[in-house]
Design a protein around this ligand. Structure first.
Ligand SMILES: Cc1ncc(COP(=O)(O)O)c(C=O)c1O
Length: 358
């Protein structure tokens, strides 16, 4: 068996969920499990988070997979339904849907005789991606309340910059959502992970954590450890070769990393074919036997090379951690010009997810 694997820790996931509850003790929690549970496995995440009040997914297909796995909690399509043909499927699987656009409203109003679908009206309070303009919300809600195909009506919005504690858009969004819904008597949801951690007045009736559940920090300039979040995924592999190289030897594709002296170079079985970022530059840390050694040369599809000068006793078969316990994923993401979300989501299908309490 190839040694590349993603160890996923259920205790860490449940611990991070308990952090959400302690930040937002009065709110219901919609755990966001789209993109295959941010790469951890959607079914695994949802079944491990037994205490979540609802799950947020990206499609009806995701919702069906969760229902088939026995998940009974509410499931919400965060992008809404894409075509009116999906509506009977939503009814059959008891999936609720975001409604963000006039075309979806029209679809519901012309759905004919179907059982009602619970909806979350998406209002654009400042993200400027999806959502009805704020001034239209009272009319949209009035229409949904008399629409036979719509069941319970709630209101949702989303933050673009809540990770920045000094941002002024976020408090404006909170105020706007509050004002808009003053007399509507509906549940509201605004906070993603950054809102949960840093903007208590954004919690309203429902919070929607994603990244913090998986143990990465949602905040700029605040580590996951400071927020007492634990990494759920540890991407790990092993050293499969150690070769003594000579001063002047060029390492790997492009040959642009050249050995400055005679030195041992380790080869680790992980590459961009596994989701390790191809743009990780030389110097990116890899934990070998628990010690940081620098990546050297370019990342290949199945392998990377590391400088073992500081680890002369390393041997073939020694463990290598690419991120996770002891090496925050956001550190590797920042060095690679990416974000923790992308690195976690992009771990490829060939990497087995193995449940393990690290
Ligand atoms: C609508 C919506 N709500 C909540 C989240 C969770 O965000 P985060 O992972 O930053 O907590 C996302 C994630 O992209 C989202 O799209």
């Amino acid at each position: 068996m190839r040694p590349a694997r993603a160890l996923i820790d259920p205790d860490a996931l449940r611990h991070n969920f308990s952090r959400v509850r302690s930040y937002a003790p009065l709110a219901s929690v919609m755990a966001v499990v789209k993109a295959d549970g941010y790469g951890h496995g959607m079914v695994w995440t949802a079944t491990t988070l037994r205490d979540a009040d609802a799950f947020g997914v990206a499609s009806a297909e995701d919702g069906i997979v969760l229902r088939d796995a026995g998940i009974q909690k509410q499931i919400c399509l965060l992008e809404g339904f894409f075509h009116p043909d999906e509506l009977p499927t939503l009814v059959r699987h008891r999936l609720s849907s975001v409604v963000h656009h006039e075309s979806q409203l029209w679809d519901l109003e012309h759905a004919g005789k179907i059982d009602p679908i619970d909806v979350w009206v998406k209002v654009d309070t400042g993200m400027h991606r999806l959502g009805f303009p704020p001034e239209t919300i009272p009319a949209v809600i009035r229409r949904l309340k008399v629409c036979m195909a719509a069941g319970r009506v709630r209101v949702m919005s989303h933050f673009p910059t809540a990770d920045n504690r000094f941002d002024s858009v976020t408090p404006d969004q909170i105020r706007l959502l509050d004002e808009l819904t003053q007399n509507l008597n509906v549940d509201r949801s605004l906070a993603n992970s950054a809102g949960i951690v840093n903007w208590p007045s954004s919690h309203f009736e429902w919070v929607r954590p994603g990244i913090m559940l998986y143990g990465a920090t949602p905040m700029i300039g605040m580590s996951a450890a400071v927020l007492d979040l634990k990494p759920v995924m540890t991407l790990a592999s092993e050293i499969i070769a150690i070769n003594q190289r000579r001063k002047g030897d060029a390492i790997g594709y492009g040959g642009d990393w050249v050995c400055p002296e005679d030195m041992p170079v380790g080869v680790v079985a992980i590459g961009y074919g596994d989701g390790y970022p191809r743009h990780a530059p030389p110097g990116t840390p890899v934990l070998v036997n628990g010690l940081r050694v620098p990546l050297i040369g370019r990342v290949s599809m199945d392998m990377i090379t590391v400088d073992l000068r500081e680890l002369p006793d390393a041997k073939v078969g020694d463990p290598a951690v690419l991120w996770g316990a002891g090496l925050p994923v956001e550190e590797i993401a920042a060095l690679s010009g990416s974000i923790s979300y992308e690195l976690l989501c992009c771990v490829t299908a060939r990497v087995p997810r193995i449940e393990s309490t690290v």
